[in-house]
Design a protein around this ligand. Sequence first.
Ligand SMILES: Cc1ncc(COP(=O)(O)O)c(C=O)c1O
Length: 383
Amino acid sequence: MKNFLPKQYKKTTKLKINHNYLYEQFADYTKIFKEIEKVVKRGDYTLGQKVDEFEKNIAKRTGAKFVIGVGNGTDALFLSLKALNIGKGDEVITVPYTFVATVGSIATAGAKPVFVDIKRDYNIDEKKIESAITKKTKAIMPVHWAGRPCELDKIKSIAKKYNLKIIQDGSQTIDSRFKNKQLVNFGDVCTYSMHPLKNLNIWGDGGFVATNNKKIADKIFLLRNHGLVNRNNSKIFGYNSRLDTLQAVVANYKLKNKMNNITKKRIKNASLFDKAFKHNLNVKTVKRFKHLKEVYHLYHINVKRRNELQQHLIKNGVDAKVHYPIPIHLQDAAKYLKYKRGDFPIAEQMANTSMSLPVHEFIKEKDIKYVVNLINNFFKKKN
Ligand SMILES: Cc1ncc(COP(=O)(O)O)c(C=O)c1O
């Protein structure tokens, strides 16, 4: 069977605190059905009114002049690279500690991914970018890990100095801000994913590109839909990566009715975790800064004996996860890039010590206390 959901736990594992509460998030699905009924009656199943509405709504939310709805977050990156004419013979700088799609988009566009290590906040170490730049470098692709913005003004000034494009992988950043400003202002594009496990999530795949640059926007509008300017005329050869119309209905509903609460609750839950772990020497949290508005797509801690602690949490009903155990430079897919273990020490260290705790909007204060107590007791017993 190729179309599967990987089963992480034995069927007998009863989780009390899940990483995601998909059913609860869409418990009012009948309201979305009513909107879908209107699409069925109208019959505009591809693009159409609902995608239009979504692009307007999300442009407002992200502060972008232009938003292009596409098939998924990976395509949002890929089409951005294509729109910027980045491909064979070019290099794009990114991080080895991210979801594989970031790097995959660079490779499938034909360019070479070049890695720069992360800092302990999981974001690109901006101080190491310049030494990775070569004559072939065309762009920097910073990943705003878990919705924490990278040091964008520093990245922007490096990009300016070397005449590089900035393609922000903002897949996890809906509602994030850098110095109170929308992320779209710090690069050529910022891309987003609406995968079911993202903060702004839908009933399948979907994504979008936000940009203030009309030329780039016009090109991506063409690329996502076979280069068609109308039914019969194609300006360039392109792809089929339209945001699905029914998914746009779901996204509009979530934006209007849920998004504020999701962002607010995740920030609140993360601050409760931060506070609880403040004096725990066994648990390292990420240092927070006022100029970075994080939206906590994930809440990370770093611990010794990570795997043991994860099993302890799962045994006690807490869905603790590892994002991610293998950095990209050590994946089979990246062998041709000829990196080796030890090349990116912080990324490798994070892969061994980081763990993400449930932080979503349905978690209650008592759940957070329960998780914190489990972690504290684990270290008390072992020390
Ligand atoms: C950092 C990052 N980049 C890219 C993607 C790709 O998005 P999608 O799954 O919508 O293609 C994701 C999410 O899955 C992601 O988390």
